[in-house]
Design a protein. Structure first.
Length: 252
């Protein structure tokens, strides 16, 4: 079963212009869902919140968050205290700047949502057209759940897509000042191989092979058949780089 986040109502804040929107996730988890079972009796495993000190199960209402500032010493934060720390206008998507999307490394992209209106909105349509004309994305800030985000809003044929961003300290780029050592003949072959295999991005062509195999295995087991091992093609091992490039070009 796929878990889908319910519609969230928010508000794009653009100067003094406010645009009410409904936020829906663009991505759904397409993985086959398995339950964990006790091998002996074939019943589902339950996750119990247990206090090892009290030797007893703990109810959700009796749990609070604690920060361990030193070994075994905690500062506790009830929900009402954490709520006090949330930024103001947490239901808003406040635009702070407009930037060229090429300036943002895709490594910073986290999750994407579609922002739409429940009814015809002149302000929404105007904002879409303005983003389209200037060919920039809006950099904004917002709160989703209990987390603060910076995000970008970009115009697409589907409407405005909001993508949350990781913070600088969350993205670990390796330090590298290494100069590239390249043989020109090998480079020419590599470029030729790239050009030969270049094409358009057509997502409908790309299937999750592993999930397809799982679904076929489930169907087989339902029908009392054994699960067959997936055939894997043996690749030719070529240690010489130039030879590997040449042979790759000769293949279809």
């Amino acid at each position: 079963m796929v878990s889908v986040m319910p519609n969230l109502h928010s508000n794009i804040s653009f100067g003094l212009v406010n645009i009410p929107v409904v936020m829906n996730p663009l991505i759904k988890n397409n993985d086959t869902s398995f339950n964990q079972l006790h091998k002996k009796c074939m019943h589902r495993i339950k996750y119990i919140k247990y206090c090892d000190y009290c030797k007893s199960e703990v109810l959700e209402k009796d749990i609070i968050k604690g920060f361990e500032y030193e070994k075994n010493n905690y500062l506790t934060f009830p929900k009402d205290e954490l709520d006090k720390l949330k930024p103001e206008n947490e239901r808003e998507i406040e635009i702070i700047s407009f930037v060229d999307i090429k300036e943002i490394d895709p490594a910073y992209f986290e999750k994407s949502y579609i922002l739409q209106t429940e009814k015809t909105s002149k302000a929404y349509d105007l904002f879409c057209e303005a983003l389209k004309k200037v060919n920039k994305v809006a950099l904004a800030k917002t709160v989703l759940g209990s987390k603060f985000y910076y995000c970008i809003l970009r115009f697409t044929k589907f409407g405005i897509i909001m993508t949350t961003l990781f913070f600088k300290e969350e993205v670990i780029f390796p330090d590298s000042n290494k100069e590239l050592e390249v043989n020109n003949k090998e480079l020419d072959l590599a470029i030729k191989l790239i050009e030969e295999r270049s094409g358009k991005f057509e997502p409908e062509k790309y299937q999750d092979e592993y999930q397809e195999n799982i679904k076929e295995a489930i169907e087989a087991k339902i029908n009392g058949k054994t699960v067959k091992k997936v055939k894997k093609h043996q690749k030719e091992q070529v240690s010489d780089l130039f030879e590997a490039l040449e042979k790759s070009l000769k293949r279809k």
